[in-house]
Design a protein. Structure first.
Length: 401
């Protein structure tokens, strides 16, 4: 434990601490509930001299990400954070940052999207941007927030793809629990200084991201320059390769910091489970007690708390879930007119499996609607009692009817 410090703080402070330990150089800040205390804490660090960074207070979320794009283009380590409609307001820049292959990290403190207006938690904001070309990692506790922010910089800088670190508003952002803060020297050993391979500067004038023709063409050096479609294919391929990169990075983090080992998903009582519950975010913590209770009643149930959502770990999930009798997916987001977003992705990953389990979907917690451990218990028991009977539409937990 030498060099480690345990603190009792909020999830937003955990994120700010991770940004500080990562030695971020440029912070672009615009407040939106429930993200605001995160950028406020970073401003305190900078103002007190505890953190040597440029803090840029902007007039909108669109501008916040534009600042990060400019900073990252010059090799500065950049950070911003947002929630809900703020994320949607910067959507154009979200796509631009990914298409430009710029390394940066953004915390999305998950909140419901209006209309109707809501400041409460669900996952519709970040799920709406799942196809924008960013890596998305969902964390379930305060320790995960701090650690993932640090690991996200290493990942983003190795693959040149921006990363969203997503965590639940209020459930994590504003609650206080103890967590460990690693020593700065340990983080420095894991996350060394970085230089962007295409750094923009006055000594190297470059025209970046000009209008790209449908087909490739020869550049000024007589070499083939890929067109729009080739660039999209490269992002897709290298996004999928990021799964292995992140797994390696997590192993190195564990060697230096002493934590890690489950970069894609945390497994709980899965080894002999006939039925596995799958969830994103903080509700996975609440479900552990439910799974343990069902086990005590003789039901072979496990829990898979998925962390890495984009790139989608299809092979991992197929390996984990093929051969089970059933999979019960709980999520706080919906692909309207189809199914829960995670459920649809999971069903696609399992489709090639010969021993394909039945998949049941439950939607809950939208706009902060409350849910209880009893809700999880009843939904899992109800699904198991169905046997192999599939259900096309998701079940809804907590509807007022």
């Amino acid at each position: 434990m030498a060099g480690k410090m345990f603190v009792f703080e909020s999830g937003n402070v955990a994120a700010a601490t991770g940004v500080k330990l990562a030695r971020v150089q440029v912070i672009a800040a615009y407040p939106i509930t429930p993200q605001t205390p995160l950028t406020e804490k970073l401003s305190e660090y900078v103002d007190s001299g505890a953190f040597d960074a440029e803090y840029v207070a902007v007039e909108s979320e669109h501008s916040a990400l534009a600042v990060c794009i400019g900073a990252s283009s010059t090799s500065a380590r950049a950070f911003t954070a947002t929630s809900a409609n703020g994320l949607l307001y910067m959507s154009e820049q979200v796509h631009w940052a990914a298409g430009a292959r710029l390394p940066m990290v953004m915390c999305v403190v998950n909140r419901g999207v209006g209309a109707p207006f809501s400041v409460w938690n669900d996952h519709q904001d970040s799920i709406s941007q799942r196809d924008a070309g960013w890596i998305q990692i969902y964390v379930k506790d305060h320790q995960g927030i701090l650690d993932t922010v640090i690991k996200a910089y290493r990942l983003s800088e190795e693959v040149c793809i921006p990363v969203m670190v997503c965590y639940d508003g209020y459930y994590l952002s504003h609650t206080y629990v103890p967590y460990d803060v690693p020593a700065q020297r340990e983080v420095d050993a894991f996350l060394p200084p970085y230089t962007y391979r295409h750094t923009l500067g006055p000594e190297k004038p470059t025209s970046l991201n000009t209008v790209t023709l449908p087909g490739g063409r020869m550049d000024v050096n007589g070499e083939f320059a890929p067109g729009y479609m080739e660039l999209r294919q490269c992002l897709h391929v290298e996004m999928k390769q990021a799964i292995d990169v992140y797994t390696r990075i997590d192993g190195e983090f564990a060697e230096i910091i002493g934590r890690g080992g489950s970069p894609i998903a945390d497994r709980y009582l899965c080894d002999d489970a006939e039925y596995v519950a799958v969830a994103l975010g903080s509700m996975a913590n609440q479900m552990k007690d439910v799974v343990a209770r069902l086990r005590a009643e003789g039901m072979r149930v496990g829990l898979l708390a998925l962390s890495l959502y984009r790139p989608f770990p299809s092979e991992f999930l197929a390996s984990e879930l093929a051969g089970r009798k059933g999979v019960i997916v709980f999520e706080k987001a919906l692909s309207f007119g189809h199914a829960g977003a995670l459920c649809g992705d999971l069903q696609a990953a399992l489709y090639p499996c010969s021993a394909r389990p039945v998949v049941w979907s439950y939607i809950l917690g939208l706009g902060g609607r409350s849910y209880t451990s009893a809700d999880f218990y009843d939904a899992i028991r109800e699904s198991v009692q169905r046997g192999d009977a599939s259900v096309d539409d998701p079940g809804w937990i907590g509807l007022n009817r």
